[in-house]
Design a protein around this ligand. Structure first.
Ligand code: ADP
Ligand code: MG
Length: 355
């Protein structure tokens, strides 16, 4: 397209120049040398053709060079890092560059969309944090102001209020701790301390820690294991304990009275095991499953607030599992129950032997 337009321009210019030169030459020849008209016409015709062709090609190449240099400068400014300009030798190559430019354009559009999504996400995130902190803060403030009034003298009620205040502080603390951990994982500061440990010991620790909570919620905690032999895995013990705690805590929180939470360990491939935590609790509707591991995501907002969740538990779990390059799965059905499972890597036999 550009080439065709360009040819015509050079041709027209060459035509003007050739006509001008020939008229000038012929006029001079006519007046000064007194040539016969026939010869003069012949000479003029030949000169005209020669000048036309010569000037045309001269202009054509000059113009092409000029345009290509301009386009190359333009590209170099636009994409200093690409090598695409080195292939720009003639106008035919411009098609290729146009394609590059189109690709660049769609890449940039994607980038802008990503940034916009991030911006929205950030706004949501800040809104959620504010909300998470506001609730316990207002509770604390309420109790403290009431106590400061000095009108309550009953020691029992004072103690009760102080206990509530302390609960609010606890809640603030764990939200902040969770946020801190998530931020660390997301910015890649959190490092794992990978070493071999017996995952059965870890499970027993968690069971002991959550025993009271399980009793309170009237849920039976069961460990389904086929043998007493240790199961050595290679991971960050503290973090894996946190994963198991969060998952079992959820099964207690969202379980039903007289329900059962069962933990089982299964061999997977040669070097992997699967830790399964299943409950017969209230379950989760299918529509929520894809977003379950997002920060602050909750299935039912009001219910969970009452239960004191921050909606960060599963997102922390996912971060820890991802950092280990392991996988986590969830299966759930409303009113039937849920099963969360994740993989762990077995410790190599040579390492375990030395322990
Ligand atoms: N075992 C479970 N049974 C039913 N619902 C669950 C279970 N585990 C998680 N959920 C749902 O997933 C949501 C997100 O869990 P989580 O990230 O731990 O946040 P929360 O702080 O609310 O417990 C919970 O609010 C709950 O609705
Ligand atoms: Mg939770």
């Amino acid at each position: 397209m550009l080439q065709r337009k360009f040819n015509r321009t050079s041709f027209l210019l060459a035509l003007v120049i050739a006509t001008f030169c020939v008229l000038l030459g012929a006029g001079q020849a006519y007046f000064f040398f007194d040539l016969p008209l026939v010869n003069l016409l012949q000479l003029s015709g030949i000169s005209f053709l020669i000048i036309l062709i010569f000037v045309y090609f001269l202009l054509f190449y000059r113009f092409e060079n000029y345009m290509i240099n301009r386009v190359r400068d333009f590209y170099n400014n636009l994409l200093p890092s690409t090598t695409s300009t080195s292939i720009l030798k003639s106008f035919e190559d411009i098609d290729l560059l146009t394609k590059n430019l189109q690709k660049l354009n769609s890449d940039k559009n994607l980038e802008i969309k990503g940034l916009k999504d991030q911006e929205n996400y950030r706004k949501d995130f800040i809104g959620n944090i504010a909300h998470e902190l506001k609730t316990p803060l207002f509770t604390i403030q309420g109790y403290i102001l009431t106590l400061l009034d000095g009108e309550i003298t009953d020691q029992k009620i004072i103690k009760k209020y102080l206990k509530q205040t302390s609960k609010g502080v606890d809640r603030l603390t764990y939200v902040v701790k969770d946020l801190d951990l998530i931020t660390k994982f997301e910015s890649g500061i959190e490092t794992l301390e990978i070493k071999p440990f017996d995952v059965l010991v870890t499970l027993n620790n968690v069971f002991e820690l959550l025993e009271i909570q399980a009793k309170k919620n009237k849920i039976t905690l069961m460990l389904n294991r086929k043998s007493e032999v240790p199961i050595w895995v290679q991971a960050d013990e503290e973090r894996i304990q946190q994963v198991i705690t969060n998952l079992i805590m959820n099964s207690l929180k969202y379980g039903v009275e007289r329900g059962i939470t069962e933990v089982a360990i299964e061999p997977l491939q040669e070097d992997k095991i699967l830790v399964r935590i299943s409950d017969n609790g209230e379950g989760i509707d299918k529509e929520h499953l894809p977003r379950l591991f997002e920060r602050f995501y909750r299935v039912e907002k009001t219910r969970n607030r009452k239960l004191g969740g921050s909606g960060l538990g599963l997102s922390i779990v996912k971060h820890i599992i991802d950092a280990h390059q392991e996988k986590i799965f969830v299966e759930s059905q409303a009113n039937v129950g849920s099963e969360f499972s994740f993989t762990l890597t077995r410790a190599p036999k040579s390492v375990v032997k030395d322990l």
